[in-house]
Design a protein around this ligand. Structure first.
Ligand code: UD1
Length: 341
């Protein structure tokens, strides 16, 4: 069985990807430092797939630990690299922490992966690299805008590191996946998003409001130049996103990649406004959501949604689940999570 390392494999997107990799017959080893995830997710993954992934708690910033790991797992056929910090506001407060967490870890993994017989690497990037794109929907060729935050900058620099390395190492095969807005949870409601403290992202804020943990949702601005005045994003179900990682990994394993560094947008191709997301939640939950219009959030862009034609035609992947599916699963997950509290 082909063995794959998933770094950050107990996190939100990571755990869903582990499930999909196992469903497709891969043996998975997870590295996670548990800084923003729970060890319980190992049991939860096992309860979905009936297979317990191997697990090592490693801080990827420590080069010697990474080296030792790769020496003991020299039979890996690929790495899916999620491990990173992702809170935009925190990155502004603690830039060095973000550059260290996100880039030192990346460098350490890349150094080790080049020693393997097969160096296949799937990178978690973000649509944040486009900033407010001039043309919508956003294609992979859209210019990279100056990052709004250290977090966003780590994704841009990460992509640049990969590009420089791929130029001199043709045996290294990289696919960089630029996610739009991942939401939702596994249909089993056994894994999902676990925000620490007050959620910064829209959907967990909605579900926590509905369950009574938050007073009301603040809709950040209704005076944007969009149909209903609220911002537009491309919300993609995390299970669709997870499946794209399996497809990308198989592409490099089967030598179907056109160059040794490829980039794909992962979104649905459809933009939804904040109020449309609220309505979708109300539709699938049968509940009214308490919200008020608040002022704009600094750093927010008006609209971003993906042109997914490259992923459709080259990867043969497209999002299958709808916004309603995602909101239904997010709500089911929130209810499951708070069942005993
Ligand atoms: C945010 C990050 C982005 C990161 C992504 C990862 C910021 C500015 N951007 O994207 O860099 O890659 O998460 O998931 O933090 N909203 C509300 N009320 C809320 C929360 C959000 O109205 O309480 C609105 C926002 O204004 C935005 C939309 O909901 O229009 C989505 O927000 P969010 O889930 O935070 O995602 P992004 O801002 O797109």
């Amino acid at each position: 069985m082909a063995k794959v390392l998933v770094t950050g494999g107990l996190g939100f997107i990571g755990s869903h990807t582990v499930v999909e990799l196992q469903n497709e017959g891969f043996e998975v080893v997870i590295i996670d430092d548990l800084s923003n995830s729970s060890i319980e997710f190992l049991d939860r993954i096992e309860s979905i797939t009936s297979i317990r992934p191997l697990f090592e708690q490693i801080d990827l910033r420590i080069k010697s630990k990474v080296k030792t790991f790769f020496q003991t797992h020299s039979d890996l056929v690929g790495v899916v690299h999620f491990a990173a910090s992702k809170a935009v506001g925190e990155s502004v407060e603690q830039p060095l922490l973000y550059y260290e967490n996100n880039l030192v870890s990346l460098i350490n993994v890349l150094e080790s992966i080049q020693e393997l017989d097969q160096s296949n690497f799937i990178f978690s990037s973000s649509c944040t690299v486009y900033g407010q794109a001039d043309i919508l929907p956003i294609t992979e060729d859209a210019p990279i805008k100056k990052a709004e935050s250290p977090y966003g900058n780590t994704k841009q620099i990460g992509e640049e590191i990969l590009a420089d390395l791929c130029k001199i190492n043709k045996d290294l095969k990289v696919i960089s996946l630029r996610y739009f807005n991942p939401i939702g949870a596994h249909e089993s409601a056994k894994i999902g998003e676990l925000p620490i403290g007050i959620p910064q992202n829209l959907v967990p804020y909605i579900t926590q409001t509905a369950i009574g943990m938050r007073e009301e949702l603040s809709v950040f601005g209704d005076d944007y130049p969009t149909e209903d005045g609220t911002c537009i994003r491309d919300y993609i179900h995390v299970v669709d996103l997870a499946k794209a990682h399996v497809v990308a990994l198989k592409r490099v394993l089967n030598g179907q990649n056109i160059s040794n560094l490829e980039t794909f947008n992962l979104g649905t191709g459809k933009g939804s406004s904040v109020l449309e997301v609220v309505k979708a939640f109300e539709r699938v939950s049968g509940q009214k959501l308490k919200y008020r219009i608040a002022s704009r959030r600094e750093g927010d862009i008006t609209a971003a949604y993906a042109d997914t034609s490259k992923a459709n035609s080259e990867l043969g992947w497209e999002a299958e689940l709808t916004l309603d599916d995602a909101m239904r699963s997010a709500w089911k997950w929130e209810q499951e999570l708070r069942k005993n509290s």
